[in-house]
Design a protein around this ligand. Structure first.
Ligand SMILES: Cc1ncc(COP(=O)(O)O)c(C=O)c1O
Length: 397
C-alpha cells in the first residue's frame, strides 16, 4: 500500500471540471448539451497575441526563462498596473506564474498550517477553501449575501480576525457571484486592517477588467498601508481569453518574493517562454478586442438576468462584474445539487450548484454567460420546460 500524506484526505476539487467531464460524456452519447457551467470566455485569444507567440517560437525562444519571468513582461505588467490604478509597482515585485491559480496556491501554503486561520469568501472560488484545508489551516468563511449584491461587510470580516489569523483572501469582482465590493467597504476594511499588521492579504483581481454599468474595480494595490503584506493575483486568462495559455502573475511584497521564487523554482522552473511574449503583446497591444468581449458579456448579462428572473422559482440579482450570474433557486423546492443534476441530465444544460463554491452557496446556481445569446436563450427555454412540467425531468433534451 502506497503511503501518501494525510493532507490528501482534505484537498477538494473544482466542480466545474467535474460538470464539464459529465457534459462531455453526455455529448459523446449524442446529447445536445448547452454549457453554461464553464468559467472561461467563449472568445478566441486575439490574433495579434497569438502572432506574438508564434513569432517568439520562430525567433528561437525555446529555452528556460528566469523563474520570475522575462524582464520586458514584468515591466509591461508594472506599466499596466500603473496605468490602471495609478500605483507604482516595481517590476522586481512581479512574479509571472503559469496561470492565476499558482499565486493562490503558494500564498495559502506560505501562511497555512495547523493552528493558523485563513479568512476567505464563501460562496467563493472553491480552490481557496480546498487549499486552506490541504495546508492544515482552519478555513474561516466570510459569508456573502445576495441582499448586499454579494459584497461583504468590512465589519464582519474584521470581526473574524483572531490572534491565529494569518491571511485574508479577497476576490472582487467575484466568482461565482459576479459581486463587486464597493470602494467604501474596502476603505473600511483597510482602515480596520491597520490595527492587525500581522495579517497578510491575498487579493484575487483576475476579473478586474470585466465590469458593467460603470462599476469601479478598486485594487487593493492602491492602499499604501497594505503594500508590505499584500499579494495581488491577476492574469491573462479572463481579460484576454487565454485560459489555456496558463499565464498569470502575482505582485508580492518584498518580504515574500524570495519565498515565492523558490517555490516556483522547486515546482515549474518558469512559465512557457513563447506564452510570455504573447503576454507582452496582450498588455501593450490594442484594447479593442477586450472592449468588444466585455461589451458582448454586458449585452448577454442584460438578457440572462431578465430571463432567469422570469423562470419559476428563480430570483437573480444583477452582477456588477465577471461573467457569472448566481440566481437564488430556493423557490424551485430543489437543493442546488439536485437542480444542477436535473438541468444537466433532463434539460441538457450544464450549470454549477452553488454548494460547489462553499456551504453558503446552498440555494443558488452559477450560470456562466460566456456562451452565445442564442445558446443562452435556448438553455433558458429548456429550463423553463423542465421547471414547468416536472414529468419531463427524465426526458432526453
Ligand atoms: C476567482 C478566480 N481566481 C483565479 C482563477 C484561476 O485562473 P487561471 O485559470 O488563470 O489559473 C479563476 C478561474 O476560474 C477564478 O475564477
Amino acid at each position: 500500500m502506497l503511503r501518501t500524506i494525510a493532507a490528501f484526505d482534505r484537498i477538494g476539487e473544482e466542480n466545474a471540471f467535474a460538470v464539464l467531464a459529465r457534459a462531455n460524456a453526455l455529448v459523446a452519447q449524442g446529447r445536445d448539451i448547452i454549457n453554461l457551467g464553464i468559467g472561461q470566455p467563449d472568445f478566441r485569444t486575439p490574433d495579434f497575441i497569438v502572432e506574438a507567440a508564434v513569432k517568439a517560437l520562430r525567433d528561437g525562444h525555446h529555452g528556460y526563462t528566469p523563474a520570475n519571468g522575462i524582464p520586458p513582461l514584468r515591466e509591461a505588467v508594472a506599466a499596466d498596473l500603473a496605468k490602471r490604478f495609478k500605483v507604482e509597482v516595481s517590476p522586481d515585485s512581479v512574479m509571472i506564474m503559469p496561470g492565476g491559480k499558482p499565486t493562490m496556491f503558494m500564498s495559502i501554503l506560505m501562511f497555512g498550517e495547523p493552528g493558523a486561520e485563513i479568512i476567505y469568501p464563501n460562496p467563493g472560488f472553491p480552490i481557496y477553501e480546498s487549499v486552506i484545508r490541504f495546508s492544515g489551516a482552519t478555513p474561516v468563511p466570510i459569508p456573502l449575501y445576495e441582499s448586499a449584491g454579494f459584497s461583504f461587510s468590512a465589519a464582519e470580516v474584521l470581526d473574524k480576525i483572531t490572534p491565529r489569523t494569518r491571511l485574508i483572501i479577497i476576490n472582487s469582482p467575484a466568482n461565482p457571484t459576479g459581486g463587486v465590493v464597493p470602494r467604501a467597504e474596502l476603505d473600511r476594511l483597510v482602515a480596520g486592517l491597520e490595527h492587525h499588521p500581522q495579517v497578510a492579504v491575498m487579493s484575487d483581481e483576475i476579473y478586474g477588467e470585466i465590469l458593467y454599468d460603470g462599476a469601479e474595480h478598486v485594487s487593493l494595490l492602491g492602499y499604501p498601508s497594505l503594500r508590505d503584506r499584500l499579494i495581488l493575483l491577476d492574469g491573462w486568462s479572463k481579460t484576454y481569453a487565454m485560459t489555456g495559455w496558463r499565464m498569470g502573475y502575482g505582485v508580492w511584497p518584498e518580504a515574500l518574493f524570495a519565498a515565492a521564487e523558490r517555490l516556483a523554482i522547486n515546482c515549474h522552473s518558469c512559465v512557457n517562454a513563447a506564452a510570455q511574449f504573447a503576454g507582452i503583446a496582450a498588455l501593450t497591444g490594442p484594447r479593442e478586442p477586450v472592449a468588444r468581449m466585455v461589451a458582448a458579456f454586458a449585452e448577454r448579462r442584460e438578457f440572462i438576468v431578465e430571463a432567469l428572473n422570469g423562470l419559476p422559482g428563480f430570483r437573480c440579482v444583477r452582477p456588477g462584474g465577471a461573467f457569472y450570474t448566481f440566481p437564488n433557486v430556493t423557490g424551485t423546492g430543489l437543493d442546488a445539487r439536485a437542480l444542477q443534476g436535473r438541468l444537466l441530465d433532463g434539460a441538457g444544460v450544464a450549470t454549477i450548484a452553488g454548494t460547489s463554491f462553499g456551504a453558503f452557496g446552498e440555494g443558488y446556481l452559477r450560470f456562466s454567460y460566456a456562451n452565445s445569446r442564442e445558446a443562452i436563450a435556448e438553455a433558458i427555454e429548456r429550463i423553463r420546460q423542465i421547471l414547468e412540467d416536472p414529468r419531463r425531468q427524465d426526458k432526453v433534451a
